[in-house]
Design a protein around this ligand. Sequence first.
Ligand code: C5P
Length: 406
Amino acid sequence: MTPSTPPRILLGITGGIAAYKSPDLVRRLRDRGAEVQVVMTGAAERFVTRQTFQAVSGRPVRTELWDEAAEAAMGHIELARWAGRVVIAPASADFIARLAAGLADDLLATICLATEAPILLAPAMNRVMWANAATRANIGTLTGRGMRLLGPDDGNQACGDTGAGRMVEPDRMAEAILAGIAGAGLLEGVRMLITAGPTREPIDPVRFISNRSSGKMGFALAAAAVESGAKVRLVAGPVGLPTPAAVERIDVESAEQMLDAVHRHIGQTDIFVAAAAVADYRPASAARDKIKKTAPEMALKLTRAPDILTQVAALANGPFTVGFAAETRDVEKNARAKLEQKQLDMIAANRVGAGSGFDSDQNALTVYWSGGEQELPKTGKRELARALVQIIARRYVTARETAGSR
Ligand code: C5P
């Protein structure tokens, strides 16, 4: 698409309370130069009137598959062809299920079947509906077919609950939709390998050494990278988190197993992000049987666990490497030292404790690279992950261009 052609967004509105935010989304898309054609489902009209969308989009709103006059002007197939991108915001649980089933029982579902344009879904629903196995399966089906998700976000819900299922705020959504059009996602087609969570280092068959990492940051990064178009593999230590949509997950326990999984996939990786809190030391040997409490004291001999990130960064023709540094003091000094010693392309540092970092939903990061740094103030891990992915993507592209011009 040349810069002189305005991006054409076909915006589908389905029946959910978050539809009250969609007129604002239309305005923000138009403010950024897009043409917006709104198509509403019958259920959507129970929440917002078509006159509202007509006024903000400056175009007649389409609702009916069987409207002869409208079909004569621009039929459903023409609408499907007109769209540079189809965005469903809000995407209700019911509409997601209809899409997954491939139904064509109303205008919007028919357009989704008939279009060759990328389809983006901004789900919005109660958190239990979002977590329901049926919705999970439908989302898996749709992302498997190449549809992309925008959100949902965590937070307060119209029903009074708090959790995942809020529609992404219009301003950020407009940005994500149009960034996607300018050059597809920033990481379109880029292969990313992410480690996340703690490791467990066995002492005997029932005991282990581990740490407080929840895996939330690494999982949020995986979801954000998918949103930016990356193909993501996630090597996860033992955590109780659901796998983000369209992410290939490999579960491991120990540092050795994590290293093995990373080695198996590193050859097909463009960007490696080590977000896992890998053990630094592990028991020198794990007892074969459960250790009995007979001796009054016991000493545990520890030995160094493999440093996965250092090994990856040392590979000849290895990927762009990003490390994390969780520090309790001297954050910048320690992070910059790690960047140098481990020969990383980038490091994201945080001060752990006081409601940030490990086992928390909120975090703040400072990102360092050779000759630069950027502060990411304290916010939810999802939001933070999106911002970090943007920085990684920009540095990765710059590094690739520099390497290519040599
Ligand atoms: O040196 P330090 O453990 O503080 O470095 C932290 C970074 O190194 C994180 O990105 C972490 O994922 C990675 N790391 C690793 N293997 C280890 C220890 C740390 O990949 N054994």
